[in-house]
Design a protein around this ligand. Structure first.
Ligand code: MOS
Length: 740
């Protein structure tokens, strides 16, 4: 089958059996647990500080690693005294540019000619953190600065690209623009945005002969395992990755990362376990980044609001490389239009390679494109929400394929109702507090259909309790709890009789990277299939024990009942016969159906208040309505939306990595001057979901929700700002300097 991850499609082989093909719960299904709010199975332990993250791992004899990083954006190492560092007390391993490394995943892992500030030059491992820091000083780095380019415009003029510019087109956009009754053009800059997870990148590695155990703060423990096995020339089953709890990733932790590879190499060289944890400055310098963009959008339309031409350019400040994000996807797919051209210019600058960050590309694209759509609405004198309705795309504009499900028009209506959209002009009158108010909207599009491979096992014991094993690494989203709900529903057990585990590659129950909004739609159908097999066996056993045909039995709330109501017993009456034996089932996630594009959709409406005297923009309210198919746990889903809205709000208002053009180094790679929102900045957030499962997706009908809520927030806020002030800022974030 074909699978998709953040817009990249690939062909994969999938092995499933017929019994994996469980019918999807339909919209009217009588469900006891799915769709009802449930607290996290590990919520109390998390809140009490009892859970152990990678940064908390301490092993006997463990060494502490420290990394020497380039202080300049581009330079050449002229002096580095590895022997001086090695001769210090407590120092057990030193790696530098000339080290014979046994891994190749990042070449070179240590640079003799660093090309961004923060790039690793050497690493040490010592008995104590202080000794490791002293060893870095003893390296006595001498570096000769070389010319650098951090200004994307400069890079564009010099044609410095990480890969060739890409044009994607359909129809004849020049003719369509020339023929348009109304034209608008808008240029918007979006900022470099740091993932800033609460737990920085971290790894602890320990070898026992040729077996490696690695605790890794990662979104992808299986990809970390595979990368480590390949890098060190051992089999996958000789590497165990443990990722029980992760303090956030947001896209910046897909795989083993530099940290796990270097910790494992230092551990191999020293023969001791090694801990490598980024300090906050290292994390903000080299943990990852959503690239800054400059986008130019030209739209043509008829007076009735029909968009007839879309021409969009995006310059992406890639840094030293990385995957080129689909920044122009919204221009090509958000609205119905036959004449479209997009250009992508991935320019090379002296920054770390950009990496994935929650809805990579599409979020930046929507941020610019949806502002241009509002400019068009102003030019036409049409209500912005109405303009979006009139240009609704019934099929995927890029492929021509139908969507597996699309409730976007419902989302527009519901968001308008919740926000009081029809009273938005009242906000613009004189306000008692003297602030300028406005309301703006934006459309959300993203992938998130998930796919195979994904597996789960369920084991029901004699006490009537089930243990579910998955390949989920919970990056803070509560997915294990959603898996628990689905398993309990299918098994007919109360929640407290089901435990779900993940975060360990040892059972070899595969799950995907927790990215691309794919965990829920990929893993939960496998969990349900596994549970369905166990339920079937349970009812067969019950038929034997109770001497009744299994087809006349069903199980719910931990009780097995006959259809005629005559029989009603606890599950334990049946499982108790097993003694220490268990009923086991394993499930696999089947492919998505052919002939559809799976996307999520939504609409957000923001209300802002602007203090024109000091340039302060406050977001007062955000209404977020999304179509992500079935909602398994409304509590978890709501907190996911709140997180996305806050991260999108900060992108619109305060978060921006600022570079010193003279040195090329970031000047605010710290938390004291890189402004994240705090609780005082949180607006009222009103959330709803389209109440329609995706009937074309396997067995649960859920699409993913990790990324969708961040997609439209900044555009909605920028549009609300323009509505309030009559001005549009050419660059985000809307800092006081830009607003005044
Ligand atoms: Mo991706 S940005 O890891 O969801």
């Amino acid at each position: 089958t074909q699978t998709e991850m953040e817009g990249r499609y690939q062909d994969v082989w999938v092995l499933i059996d017929e019994e994996d093909d469980v019918e999807t719960w339909d919209v009217d299904a009588d469900l006891a647990l799915v769709g009802r709010p449930a607290a996290r199975q590990d919520g109390a332990a998390r809140a009490a500080g009892r859970v152990r993250y990678t940064v908390d791992v301490r092993l006997a004899g463990m060494l502490h690693a420290a990394v020497l990083r380039s202080p300049v954006a581009h330079g050449i190492v002229r002096g580095l005294d590895l022997d001086a560092a090695r001769s210090l007390p407590g120092v057990r391993a030193v790696l530098g540019p000339e080290s014979e490394l046994s891994f190749t995943a990042r070449t070179p892992a240590f640079a003799a000619e660093p090309r961004y500030a923060g790039q690793p030059i050497a690493a040490v491992a010592a008995d104590t953190p202080d000794q490791a820091r002293a060893a870095l000083a003893a390296l006595a780095l001498e570096i000769e600065p070389l010319a650098h380019v951090v200004d994307p415009q400069h890079a564009l003029v010099e044609q410095r690209f990480v890969s060739d510019p890409v044009e994607e087109a359909r129809g004849d956009v020049d003719a369509a623009l020339a023929a348009a009754e109304v034209r608008v053009e808008l240029e918007i800059e979006t900022p470099a945005h740091l993932q800033t997870p609460l737990e920085p990148h971290a790894a602890v590695a320990s070898w026992d002969g040729d077996e490696l155990t690695a605790w890794v703060s990662t979104q992808g423990m299986f990809s970390a395992r595979d990368e480590l096995a390949k890098s060190f020339g051992v089999r996958k089953d000789q590497v165990r990755v443990l990722t029980a709890f992760v303090g956030g990733g947001f896209g910046g932790k897909q795989g083993a990362g530099f940290e796990a590879l270097v910790a494992a190499e230092l551990a191999r060289v020293s023969g001791r376990p090694v801990r490598l944890v980024n300090d906050r400055h290292a994390e903000q310098l080299d943990g990852g980044r959503r690239a800054a963009t400059r986008q130019t959008i030209r739209l043509g339309a008829r007076r009735d609001g029909t968009i007839t031409a879309i021409d969009a350019d995006a310059v992406i400040a890639m840094g030293q490389g990385g995957w080129v994000f689909p920044v122009t996807i919204p221009a090509r797919t958000l609205y119905r239009c036959d004449d479209v051209r997009t250009m992508t210019f991935p320019v090379k600058t002296n920054l770390r390679p950009q990496n994935a960050f929650r809805a990579p590309g599409v979020m930046e694209g929507v941020t610019a494109f949806e502002q241009a759509v509002d400019e068009l609405a102003s030019a036409l004198g049409i209500d912005p929400l109405e303009l979006r309705r009139r240009n609704h795309a019934d099929v995927d504009q890029a492929s021509g394929l139908p969507y597996s499900s699309k409730q976007l028009l419902w989302c527009y209506d519901r968001a308008a109702e919740l926000a009081g959209w029809e009273r938005r002009e009242d906000l613009r009158g004189p306000q008692p507090d003297g602030l300028l108010r406005g309301m703006g909207c934006a459309t959300q599009i993203w992938w998130g259909g998930g796919g195979p491979p994904s597996h789960a096992t369920v084991r029901l014991d004699g006490d009537g309790h089930a243990q579910v094993v998955t390949g989920i690494q919970d990056i803070g989203t509560g997915t294990l709890t959603s898996a628990r709900i689905v398993a309990a529903e299918e098994l007919g057990l109360p929640l407290d009789r089901v435990r779900v585990s993940g975060g360990d590659t040892r059972p070899n129950v595969y799950g995907p990277v927790a990215g691309g909004s794919q965990t829920t739609p990929s893993v939960l159908p496998a969990v349900r299939s596994a549970a369905a097999k166990v339920r079937k066996t349970l009812l067969q056993l019950a038929g034997d024990v109770l001497e009744i045909a299994p087809d006349d039995l069903h199980v719910r709330d931990g009780r097995i009942r006959s259809r005629d109501g005559a029989l009603d017993v606890d599950v334990i009456e049946v499982t108790g016969k097993l003694g220490d034996a268990t009923i086991d089932g394993s499930g696999s996630r089947g492919p998505n159906p052919d002939g559809f594009r799976v996307h999520t959709f939504g609409c957000q409406i923001a209300q802002v208040a602007v203090d024109a005297a000091v340039g302060e923009v406050r977001v007062e309210r955000v209404v977020a309505v999304h179509d992500v198919g079935r909602i398994v746990n409304p509590l978890g889903a709501s907190s996911q939306v709140e997180g996305g809205v806050l991260q999108g709000m900060a992108f619109a208002l305060t978060e921006e990595l600022v570079l010193d053009p003279t040195t090329g180094a970031p000047v605010n790679a710290h938390l004291d001057d890189y402004k994240l929102p705090t609780i005082a900045d949180v607006p009222e957030i009103t959330i709803d979901f389209a109440p329609v499962p995706d009937a074309n997706l396997p067995n649960v009908g859920a699409k993913g929700l990790g990324e969708p809520p961040i997609v439209p927030t900044a555009a909605a806020i920028a549009n609300a700002f323009a509505h309030a002030t009559g001005r549009r800022c050419a660059a985000l974030p809307l800092t006081r300097a830009r607003v005044l």
